[in-house]
Ligand binder design. Structure first.
Ligand code: SF4
Length: 323
């Protein structure tokens, strides 16, 4: 199947200015050569601790930050170097849902105007057709028609995220980037929003890149999951095999941190030692070696490649790579 979104060797380094004349004195290697593809109607969960570069991947794919290297192909078209106006046109096909809907919604606009705004900007339909579409979107995301006149502060957190989803859907995109879209919500509300996103995906054939810091959050919605550590993908595979048979020690540690409801099913704890090293000066060899409970001397010298098995489950680890 032809992917709807393909990312090849994506790199994003930020220069840190300092010294004489404010020259760049160091580079933050936020994203350091990652590749993935998402099929139509598929969700890829992208998971890692804070500072691993996962949100930068989402921003680079949307071209909200300029990639330092690599390629982004959307619906068969390379959009990596598209000019500003051509990229604005592409926003019809790729949209975003942010973590904090409150800060991403204009507090001085009514909910109805917020959802209608993209239709106005892209001159899609007459004013009456736009209002009709807004009404349909409100109904589809579970908001009442009378709530169109309310302002963002008059909604609950979950309702605001529904509003953010309605706005993202307004132009009929094929891909939605969810940048921690449920992280700021209570657990029960998280489940409602995720269920809504799953329903919308089935109905509209949407593809999602779902960014989260918690593997538990992506389990229900993802078809495949990619785990990032210090700017690299260290494991990627189908949800079932990644959750049931994780291969990378970092994935194991993230999974151990996911709460399990039944006490007898409690997972073995694999507590991560130490803090995430700085992306300015990542450790040589395997970037995880400073925290890895099974590291061997080779891990400090050679970087492990991402090696896939025949079922598309890939891991970057000298000791756990498929034979
Ligand atoms: Fe641990 Fe070495 Fe595997 Fe890295 S390559 S995850 S340090 S065992």
């Amino acid at each position: 199947m032809i992917p709807v979104l393909q990312v090849e060797g994506l790199v994003k380094h930020y220069g840190i200015a300092g010294g004489f004349l404010g020259r760049a004195v160091a580079q933050v290697r936020a994203v350091d050569g990652i590749s993935f593809a998402i099929a139509p109607g598929e969700t890829l969960g992208l998971v890692g601790e804070s500072g691993c570069g996962k949100s930068t991947v989402g921003k680079a794919v949307l071209r909200l930050v300029e990639p330092s290297a690599g390629r982004i192909v959307l619906e068969g078209e390379d959009i990596t170097r598209l000019g500003r106006s051509a990229m604005i046109e592409k926003r019809k096909r790729i949209q975003v849902i942010f973590q904090d809907p409150y800060s991403s919604l204009n507090p001085r606009m009514t909910a109805g105007d917020i959802v209608q705004e993209p239709l106005v900007n892209f001159r899609m339909g007459t004013a009456a057709e736009q209002r009709e579409r807004v009404g349909a979107l409100f109904a589809r995301v579970g908001l009442r028609a009378d709530q169109r006149a309310l302002y963002p502060h008059e909604f609950s957190g979950g309702q605001r995220q529904r509003l953010g989803i309605a706005r993202a859907l307004a132009l009929g995109p094929s891909v939605i980037i969810g940048d921690e879209p449920v992280s700021a919500l209570d657990v029960s509300v998280q489940a409602q929003v995720i269920n809504l996103m799953v329903e919308l995906q089935e109905e509209l054939g949407l593809s999602y890149l779902f960014v989260a810091h918690d593997l538990g959050v992506v389990e229900h919605i993802s078809h495949r999951v990619a785990v990032m550590y210090l700017g690299k993908i260290v494991e990627i595979g189908p949800r079932k095999s990644l959750f049931e048979a994780p291969r990378h020690p970092y994935t194991e540690a993230l999974l151990a941190a996911v709460p399990v409801a039944h006490p007898r099913l409690r997972r073995k704890r694999a507590v991560l030692k130490g803090d995430v090293p700085s992306p300015i000066n990542p450790p040589p060899g395997c970037r995880f070696h400073t925290r890895c409970p099974i590291a061997v001397p080779r891990c400090r010298e050679a970087e492990p490649p991402l090696v896939a098995d025949g079922a598309g489950h890939a891991v970057a680890c000298h000791l756990r790579a498929p034979a």
